[in-house]
Design a protein around this ligand. Structure first.
Ligand SMILES: Nc1ncnc2c1ncn2[C@@H]1O[C@H](COP(=O)(O)OP(=O)(O)O)[C@@H](O)[C@H]1O
Ligand SMILES: [Mg+2]
Length: 317
């Protein structure tokens, strides 16, 4: 049976409130119920009080908020948020689930008893490598290290359990795929801005990159984006093994136990150094984010996805 969508405030003061002439006011009645968005990212404000839901639903974007209210559907459990926010937990889960990711070193395994040292284990990855703070974001907390000498200098004075170390793959394409257990529902390519200086070209973030959507956006008469067409965006340069990449992103999502997330994927160029088209493209899942910032099209895509994901979760109960 369909549940009612009428809810009343449970504020004990509501029914006692009086208007100016002393008549008791009726309790405030909400006839609409919206998916509750738990997020501190301003771009997610566009999703607040926008998505109606017949069942109490909340959605966490990187938020640990445990609300006392009972939600029938919780999209991204609070207990799973750290599985992607903490790069150490995330990589451990990726490794356990066999997700295709860069080879890495967990410093906590480099104990006196094991006979392993971080310097030796990292050197086995082959340089360059990236040292990543486990709570870094937007590439803050990441350092590219090119030589053993640089590593020795970098290691001095660091609390190593705050970091992980990864092999650096110089693949020239990077994508972000937003996924649910049912597959990806939105994808962009991150492309370096031409003016980016050489020392900042090894990574992609909002400061040095632009976002190219998979399909060309549809715009209204004021040039505002109102949707996505079915026409490929030429700059997107979809990898030949796109399906395989998308499936690996879902695997990454399941590995960390989230309901939705945005995967950063670095992908080999479509042509080799001699200009020959490659039959496939090597790639690595760099990470999965539970609080991706959203542009106009991203918000549109999430508004379409959220009710579907809610229904998917309801059916799984
Ligand atoms: N192993 C790697 N090989 C190549 N590039 C990488 C690797 N790890 C990170 N990067 C680059 O650095 C960027 C930021 O790294 P990421 O792990 O996503 O950290 P953050 O949480 O700061 O976004 C990635 O988007 C990618 O461009
Ligand atoms: Mg990232």
């Amino acid at each position: 049976m369909k549940k009612t969508t009428t809810v009343t405030t449970n504020s004990p003061t509501t029914s006692k409130t009086k208007n100016k002439v002393g008549t008791a006011l009726k309790p405030k009645v909400f006839t609409k119920r919206y998916v509750q968005i738990f997020s501190r990212h301003p771009s997610h404000n566009e999703l607040r009080r926008k998505i109606l839901s017949p069942v109490r639903t909340c959605m966490r974007f990187g938020s640990h908020t445990e609300k006392p209210d009972k939600y029938e559907v919780e999209i991204n459990l609070a207990s799973r948020i750290d599985n992607s926010a903490n790069k150490l937990l995330m990589k451990r889960m990726f490794t356990k689930a066999g997700v295709k990711t860069a080879a890495w070193v967990d410093p906590s395994e480099c104990t006196a008893a094991s006979g392993k040292t971080v310097a030796n284990e990292v050197a086995k990855l082959e340089f360059p490598i990236i040292a990543k703070h486990i709570f870094g974001s937007k590439n803050r907390g990441n350092t590219k290290i090119d030589t053993p000498e640089q590593l020795t200098a970098w290691l001095k004075g660091k609390t190593l359990t705050n970091y992980i170390f990864e092999k650096f793959h110089n693949f020239n394409r990077e994508y972000r795929l937003h996924v649910t257990p049912e597959g990806y529902f939105y994808a962009c390519r991150k492309m370096l801005k031409n003016e980016t200086p050489d020392d900042k070209r090894w990574y992609r973030n909002d400061d040095n990159s632009i976002w190219v959507t998979e399909f060309t956006p549809i715009r209204d008469s004021k040039q505002l984006i109102i949707g996505e067409s079915a026409t490929d965006n030429p700059g997107f340069d979809r990898p030949v093994n796109w399906k395989e990449i998308a499936a690996e992103c879902v695997k990454a999502l399941n590995a960390v136990g989230l309901d939705f997330g945005a995967c950063d994927v670095r992908v080999q160029a479509s042509k080799d150094s001699k200009g020959k088209v490659r039959p496939t493209a090597d790639f690595i899942i760099i990470e999965i984010n539970s609080a991706p910032g959203l542009g106009t099209l991203g918000v549109i895509k999430y508004k379409e996805m959220i009710p579907k994901l809610r229904n998917y979760k309801l059916n799984k109960k």
